[in-house]
Design a protein around this ligand. Structure first.
Ligand code: HAM
Length: 440
């Protein structure tokens, strides 16, 4: 039979790689907690209508990339992003009635049928956050600064923040009209895709990578010239707060992003092109003050962002968490059975004391068991052989210190716990650069 392979653009993450994922996810959860965000989990499948309405019909995501299907007459879609789902949940549960401001974060898989490349997949993972109930620019600046600290914490170097403002509906209508008047005389030169978009979603043309389109928009007016007074004040204040925080950014007046729900502040963070190639945007986000109302909820402003976990991992220098195996238990007697039973019982007692153990459950020589204990990076190996069984003892071998002693069976659990705790505090002291403490 031809071996079955994973679906194109959808990847396995094997245990050997998961340490770096955990590291980044843990740092993200920590950043979120420090800023008052709490985790939300929404379904991976939603009504297709949700994404079409919230993201916009003329977007690449809705037009080309969604995994949609009909199940029992119900049009459904695998979520391509997390914002629409979070907003739907916020409205559905009437969250605004319980609190004026809600700070939510999420981590999980998203699905877009894009052409796979380095950093671009069909199932990818996002860490993201949404803040509901605050229209003010301080939350825009604080969110951008929060992401920048998170990127620093996971060792993403050379990242650059780009910001823009799309203004409110009035600003965008005036800008759209100006952009169309600019492009109309050049429409013969536009790519077929942009020509189609001129009528339905002209702002998307600013994002086109086709050389003819890039040329056509090169001297187009920018949206920043069309901001009304309130939009301008919001943008200026966001910048003032970013300056006060010392968060570097560049204003990019052509930044539009690929989703239609944005209003006012918009931002992207790019990492070094050398590492990420075409998919150099690691973070995207912005304000979407009309979505909650558009979904049938009250008028509640919102802002959020998402980062692709795979892209963060490509760009980050985060080292993996080392898997912990505190203790390896090596049962060894002539028949196998009594030593194995004693090993299983001892392992359970140690785990009840939160000591991570592995028992060698396959029959093998003591030499190969100790080799395995070293390969697992275990701190201690506990040997239960014929002599230990007959004397009711256990031999403790310190694998780093190369020492060993034999202790009574009824004392082994507290002794092992003490030694593990002592070696942990020694490791922490070394990590922090202070002299090692501990008595074993
Ligand atoms: P987005 O720009 O579509 O925004 O995606 C955010 C991030 O997800 C991108 O910057 C990228 O790192 C990652 N990403 C997107 N597509 C792929 C892909 N095919 N493969 C790998 N990574 C990918 C959003 O999704 C918005 N929901 C962000 C947001 C939240 N805006 C407001 N709140």
């Amino acid at each position: 039979m031809t071996p079955i392979r994973a679906v194109k653009g959808m990847n396995d993450v094997l245990p050997a790689e998961i340490g770096r994922w955990h590291r980044v996810e843990a740092e993200f959860a920590r950043t979120m907690q420090l800023h008052g965000f709490r985790e939300v989990r929404t379904p991976y499948v939603e009504s297709t209508r949700l994404f079409v309405g919230a993201i916009g019909e003329g977007t690449d995501v809705v037009e080309k990339e969604m995994y949609s299907f009909v199940h029992h007459d119900e049009p459904l879609t695998l979520r391509p992003e997390g914002t629409a789902s979070a907003a739907r949940a916020y409205v559905e549960h009437g969250v605004h009635k319980n609190e004026p401001v809600s700070r939510w974060y999420y981590v999980g898989p998203m699905f877009r049928g894009e052409r796979p490349a380095r950093g671009r997949y069909r199932q990818f993972h996002q860490v993201g956050a949404e803040l509901f109930g605050d229209a003010g620019p301080a939350s825009d600046a604080e969110m951008i600064d929060m992401i920048v600290s998170f990127l620093a914490a996971i060792g993403v170097r050379d990242s650059e923040v780009f910001i823009n403002s799309l203004g409110g509906a009035g600003t965008r209508d005036r800008y759209r009209a100006a952009l169309v008047s600019h492009l109309e005389p050049k429409k013969d030169k536009l790519s077929a895709e942009s020509l189609r978009r001129l009528a339905i979603n002209p702002l998307r043309i600013l994002d086109s990578k086709a050389p003819a389109d890039i040329e056509a928009v090169a001297d187009a007016p920018t949206i920043l010239d069309f901001l009304d007074n309130d939009d301008q004040a919001h943008f200026d204040e966001t910048r003032r707060y970013l300056d006060a925080l010392g968060t570097p950014y560049k204003v990019e007046p052509r930044l539009v992003r690929g989703l239609d729900y944005y209003t006012r502040t918009l931002f992207e963070i790019k990492a070094a092109k050398a590492i990420l190639g075409a998919g150099d945007t690691v973070v995207g986000g912005g304000r979407y003050d009309n979505m909650i109302e558009g979904l049938g909820g009250p008028k509640v402003p919102a802002i959020g962002f998402a980062a692709g976990l795979e892209r963060l991992l490509l760009a980050s220098e985060a080292t993996p968490e080392t898997p912990v195996c505190d203790v390896f238990i090596a049962p060894h007697d002539k028949t196998g059975a009594p030593a194995m039973a004693a090993a299983l019982v001892l392992a359970r007692e140690l785990r009840q004391q939160r000591v991570a153990c592995e028992v060698e459950t396959r029959p093998s020589s003591m030499k190969s068991q100790l080799r395995r204990a070293n390969a697992l990076n275990a701190r201690l190996a506990l040997i239960i052989g014929d002599a230990e069984l007959s004397e009711n003892t256990v031999t403790i071998k310190d694998l780093a210190g190369h020492t060993q002693d034999t202790v009574p069976r009824d004392r082994v659990v507290p002794i092992v716990v003490d030694r593990i705790v002592a070696s942990e505090s020694r490791a922490i002291a070394v990590d922090r650069g202070s002299p090692a403490k501990g008595n074993t």
